[in-house]
Design a protein around this ligand. Structure first.
Ligand code: DO4
Ligand code: MG
Length: 292
C-alpha cells in the first residue's frame, strides 16, 4: 500500500491511496487504521498526485503521513567514510567515537508530531545556530506492537555547531520548531526496493549546492533490529516514527540557509521537498547567554 495524508479545502484530514499516480481519497484519518482494513472505503474523489505534489490544487495540502505521537531518531547507523573525519562541522569527540565503535546504536527523543512538517512546508533553522544541518533519513512508522509497518522519508534537521560545542546540548541541536519533515507518502515494506537509495539535494537559487546518496543496504542494522531496540524497554504508541539515522554527510561547511530547498528522495517513496526558514527567538534568549 502507498498512502498519503492530506488536508482538504474543507479542512478535513484524510488518507488517500496512491494508485497509478492518482490519489484515491478515503474517509479514514489514520494510516495505521487503514492498513488494518481489508478494503478501505473510498469516497470516489481522486486527485492527480503530480498536481498535489506541485501544490497546484488550491486548498489541498500534503501533510506528514502520520500525526506522530512520538518521533525517535537513531544516530550513527551507517558506516562513516573519510568525509566524516574531514568535515570541520560534524560533531566529533570521545562521546561520538564511543557511539560509533560501541556496537550499540544511539537513539534519542526527537519530537512529537507537533513540530513535524510535511512536503512543501518549511523546515526550521535555529536562529542561534551557525550550522543548520540536513539529515536525510528513511523513517519507519510502527503499529501498536512496535512493529515497523510503514516507511517514509524524513529530515532530522539539526544544529550541528551547538551539539559540537557540548554533546549535552543534543536536544538543542535536534528539537525546535519545524525540526523534522516527513513524507511525501508512506509505503508498506514491499514498495521499498532492496537496493533503494536515500538521496539528499540542497538547492540555493535553483542551483544544486549539494547532491549525494547512500544505499539503504549500508545501514548497519536491519529495520527490525532497530525497531526491536527502540521498543525493548519502553512501549511505543501506535504511529510512533523511528528515524533510522543519516548516511549522507555534507562534507563542506556550508550551513542550510533561509530560502534553500532540501530534497530527500528515497526509491519507492518519492521526493520530500522542503524550503528552509530561519527561526526567530520567541523569547529573549539573551538572559540565557553563557557565562564563559
Ligand atoms: O548525536 C548525533 C546524532 C546523529 C544522528 O542524528 C544521525 O546519525 O542521523
Ligand atoms: Mg539524524
Amino acid at each position: 500500500m502507498r498512502l498519503a495524508r492530506i488536508k482538504t479545502p474543507s479542512r478535513d484530514t484524510v488518507i488517500g491511496l496512491l494508485e497509478k499516480e492518482q490519489l484515491l481519497l478515503t474517509p479514514h484519518h489514520d494510516p495505521i487504521e487503514v492498513l488494518s482494513l481489508e478494503q478501505p472505503a473510498l469516497t470516489g474523489e481522486r486527485l492527480s498526485w503530480a498536481d498535489l505534489e506541485a501544490n497546484k490544487l488550491p486548498g489541498f495540502e500534503i501533510l506528514p503521513p502520520i500525526d506522530a505521537p512520538e518521533v525517535w531518531a537513531f544516530g550513527f547507523t551507517y558506516r562513516r567514510g573519510p568525509q566524516f573525519s574531514r568535515s570541520p562541522v560534524i560533531p566529533k569527540g570521545p562521546a561520538y567515537t564511543h557511539a560509533i565503535n560501541s556496537g550499540r546504536p544511539e537513539i534519542f527523543f526527537k519530537t512529537t508530531g507537533f513540530r513535524v512538517v510535511g512536503h512543501n512546508m518549511a523546515v526550521g533553522i535555529r536562529g542561534d545556530a551557525q550550522y543548520g544541518a540536513v539529515e536525510a533519513e528513511l523513517c519507519m512508522i510502527v503499529d501498536a506492537n512496535g512493529q515497523p509497518v510503514l516507511f517514509t522519508g524524513g529530515n532530522d534537521v539539526s544544529a550541528w555547531d551547538i551539539e559540537a560545542q557540548n554533546p549535552l546540548w543534543l536536544a538543542q541541536s535536534k528539537t525546535f520548531e519545524a525540526c523534522c519533515a516527513l513524507g511525501p507518502i508512506a509505503v508498506t515494506r514491499e514498495h521499498l526496493p532492496a537496493n533503494a537509495q536515500v538521496r539528499c539535494r540542497v538547492l540555493r537559487n535553483e542551483a544544486v549546492l549539494f547532491d549525494d546518496a547512500v544505499p539503504l543496504s549500508d545501514l548497519l542494522w536491519s529495520f527490525d533490529e532497530l525497531a526491536a531496540f527502540a521498543r525493548t524497554y519502553t512501549p511505543l504508541p501506535a504511529g510512533t516514527v523511528l528515524m533510522t539515522g543519516t548516511g549522507v554527510i555534507r562534507p563542506d561547511a556550508e550551513s542550510l540557509e533561509a530560502g534553500d530547498v532540501v530534497e530527500i528522495s528515497i526509491d519507492g517513496i518519492g521526493v520530500l521537498r522542503n524550503p528552509a526558514r530561519r527561526l526567530y527567538a520567541a523569547t529573549d534568549f539573551r538572559m540565557y547567554e553563557f557565562k564563559r
